[in-house]
Write a protein that binds this ligand. Structure first.
Ligand SMILES: O=P(O)(O)OC[C@H]1O[C@H](OP(=O)(O)OP(=O)(O)O)[C@H](O)[C@@H]1O
Ligand SMILES: Nc1ncnc2[nH]cnc12
Ligand SMILES: [Mg+2]
Length: 186
């Protein structure tokens, strides 16, 4: 199967839930991917192929996952790339020295944190999450890694709500598998 056929298969597996978690939102549920070892494996492989092609001669130091849905596949992708994994957690969960960033997202406000000690200087990082909506979450994660002087190579998402133009807020290139959801419900 080609990568574009795999991407189509992954896309077809998603479920949509109108008006969840609030009125006007068309919720894209990517959990069906993880119920199938075949689809989960394909998800990791398609990202790995992309990264190894685009960053062929670059050592990836860390794959960064955003709590909570980014945690579902960022550690697996990190292992596949022989990179470390760093979690971006919601406020108050991480011990030791941390840096924080507050952000707005498609439905509400939140604070993200990372442990700032022991991150290599000028580390090459890839930031991954399930979905790019307004870009609030990924933008805050990008902000945290800029604060610790990392080199953000790319932001990677399974899908993008492109009509929200979240990618314009991000300080590095964006790669998404698919991104043609119709506009949010009204
Ligand atoms: O681009 P944005 O507007 O910031 O929205 C995208 C974010 O929203 C969701 O996270 P959320 O914190 O809602 O839920 P989760 O804890 O299940 O990941 C989603 O998983 C993304 O992380
Ligand atoms: N429409 C959406 N579906 C799933 N997760 C989201 N996070 C932000 N917007 C979302
Ligand atoms: Mg999330």
């Amino acid at each position: 199967m080609s990568d574009s056929e795999v991407i189509q298969e992954l896309k077809n597996s998603l479920n949509q839930y109108p008006n969840f978690p609030q009125e006007g939102i068309l919720f894209e549920d990517f959990l069906p991917i993880f119920r199938s070892p075949d689809l989960f494996n394909k998800l990791i492989q398609v990202f790995k192929n992309h990264i190894e092609k685009k960053f062929a001669s670059v050592k990836i130091d860390y794959v960064v996952g955003l709590e909570a849905r980014g945690f579902l596949f960022a550690p697996t992708l990190a292992l596949a790339l022989n990179a470390g994994f760093i979690p971006v957690r919601k406020q108050g969960k991480l011990p030791g020295k941390t840096v924080s960033a507050t952000f707005q997202k498609e439905y509400g406000e939140d604070v993200f944190e990372i442990q700032s000690e022991d991150i290599k200087t000028n580390a090459n990082v890839i930031i991954v999450d399930d979905i790019l909506a307004t870009g609030g979450s990924a933008g805050a994660a990008g902000n945290l890694f800029q604060k610790v002087n990392a080199n953000i190579l790319e932001f990677i998402f399974v899908m993008e709500l492109d009509f929200l133009k979240g990618r314009d807020k991000l300080p590095a290139p964006v790669y998404t598998l698919f991104g043609d959801q119709k506009e949010a419900l009204k």
